[in-house]
Design a protein around this ligand. Sequence first.
Ligand SMILES: [Zn+2]
Length: 108
Amino acid sequence: MIVVLADGTEVKRCPHCDDYRPVAEFSRSSTSEDGLQERCRAYHHERYLKSQEARRKHGREYYKAHQQERLEYGRRYYIQHREERLAYARKHCREQRAQLDADQRSSE
Ligand SMILES: [Zn+2]
């Protein structure tokens, strides 16, 4: 509800600030009776900043989740290509293993 002060200033009570504020501090609203938002711009700005912070936090969490996904993918790749890695290791260790076997045989 808009109140007109003695000096002609139109004010409206903001339930968030719990105080009367000039109507200029309220954004327009087509759905309200007086054509103004229920709460002042400061409230909406504050809420906007809070939601922005929440979005940033959400972004960080999404990044972390995505990072976890990438780690999982890496682990799956590691497991799926286990045979390849073993074959590679076998091929390159064949000589050393043959040498080790020969050493063990000679010590028996
Ligand atoms: Zn306010």
